[in-house]
Design a protein around this ligand. Structure first.
Ligand code: 5AD
Ligand code: FES
Length: 351
């Protein structure tokens, strides 16, 4: 066992803080014993807060139209090969009905930034879902909007909002996005969402082109300022129809270690073991839970559109019906000694 690695882990656990140098050390140090020590420390903390329960969120990918052109993303506006679709309100509501039947208490409505869906439509949709499923939480993940739009969604009953900041470093942000987008704007959106009262999720991809450990350190500093309720991280996976098609995939190992670091920094944060992690490694989601994650987001979208919502190549679970995905996850979670939670799975401060 490497002493420095162990000391950093212990200090991280005790102080909920980490220095730039220590972060880089923990993310790159090679050695089996050490990584296990880190994972175990994170697991202990997550078990203390969440009692071996995993929260499920039913993900409804309701539109793959997007006005943006992020260099990494398969549904970017510039991808002429993407087969575009939008679900109707009826189809979305039917996904929620199916979802509640199979036990989900959170619906995540995710889509590209699609101007077709006006604020009024989103508000209407949120109200209808909350009316039909009063015990369920609604999470929106539909990108950057003005403060007033976010406020309308919240007043309509939306509970949570996911908007990954992608990278806190402005220069790195400009290497991942066209000049029409800015990291500052994205951060402003996150602070707006928080001020309005949403449970807010930010996050990054691990191993995006040009990313350094210093960038990840800046992400942590940003998160310490924002104090998000959720943090979504997964490895970058190239998509064949994007400018990043020839870039290497992000590391599963670094993703797992970062999950652990985040659990130790933010003991109560909701931390998903993402689909991207499960795509990069067939046991990635289980490994994520064992490294301190406590959320999974099975796909609730209709099977006929799943192949079309491809942010990256090789995405898993595109052929399974919602009920199959849910059973599969339940089995996987139980196999590693955890169980599926029954409640809505709010952040501990919101309960
Ligand atoms: N690989 C991994 N994750 C991706 N995302 C977008 N494109 C990719 C990719 N190629 C992530 C982004 C976005 C979230 C919805 O999916 O971080 O915020
Ligand atoms: Fe849609 Fe990036 S391509 S938000």
């Amino acid at each position: 066992m490497d002493n420095r690695f162990k000391d950093i882990t212990d200090r991280l656990k005790d102080t909920q803080n980490i220095s730039r140098e220590d972060l880089a050390y923990v993310l790159e140090f090679e050695g089996e014993d050490n990584r296990e020590y880190l994972f175990e420390a994170a697991r202990t903390v997550s078990e203390k807060v969440f009692h071996k329960e995993v929260y499920l969120r039913g993900l409804i990918e309701f539109t793959n139209y997007c006005r943006n052109n992020c260099y990494y993303c398969g549904i970017r506006a510039g991808n002429k090969n993407a087969d575009r679709y939008r679900l109707t309100e009826e189809e979305i509501l039917s996904c929620c009905d199916i979802g509640e039947k199979i036990g989900f208490k959170t619906f995540v409505l995710q889509g590209g930034e699609d101007p077709h869906f006006t604020d009024d439509m989103i508000v209407d949709l949120v109200k209808k879902i909350k009316e039909k499923h009063p015990s369920c939480a609604v999470t929106l993940s539909i990108g950057e909007k003005p403060h007033e739009s976010y406020k309308k969604y919240f007043d309509a009953g939306a509970d949570r909002y996911l908007l990954r900041h992608e990278t806190a470093n402005e220069e790195h942000y400009s290497m991942l996005h066209p000049a029409s987008m800015s990291g500052a704007e994205r951060k402003k959106c996150l602070f707006d969402l928080k001020e309005i009262g949403f449970q807010v999720g930010c996050g990054i991809m691990v191993g995006t082109p040009h990313q350094t450990f210093d960038h990840i350190y800046e992400d942590i500093v940003f998160m310490q300022e924002l104090q998000p309720h959720m943090i979504g991280i997964g490895p970058f996976i190239p998509h064949k129809d994007t400018p990043f098609k020839d870039e290497p995939e992000g590391s599963v190992e670094v993703t797992l270690r970062l999950l652990s670091v985040l659990r130790l920094l933010f003991p109560k944060v909701l931390l998903p073991a993402t689909t991207a992690l499960g795509t990069a490694d067939s046991l990635g989601r289980e490994k994520g839970i064992l490294a301190g994650a406590n959320v999974m987001m099975p796909n609730l979208s209709p099977v006929n559109v799943r192949e079309k919502y491809l942010l990256y190549d090789g995405k898993i679970c595109t052929g399974e019906e919602a009920a199959e995905c849910s059973m599969c996850l339940k089995r996987r979670v139980e196999k590693i000694g955890f169980r599926i939670a029954e409640g809505r799975g709010d952040h501990p401060d919101f309960v």
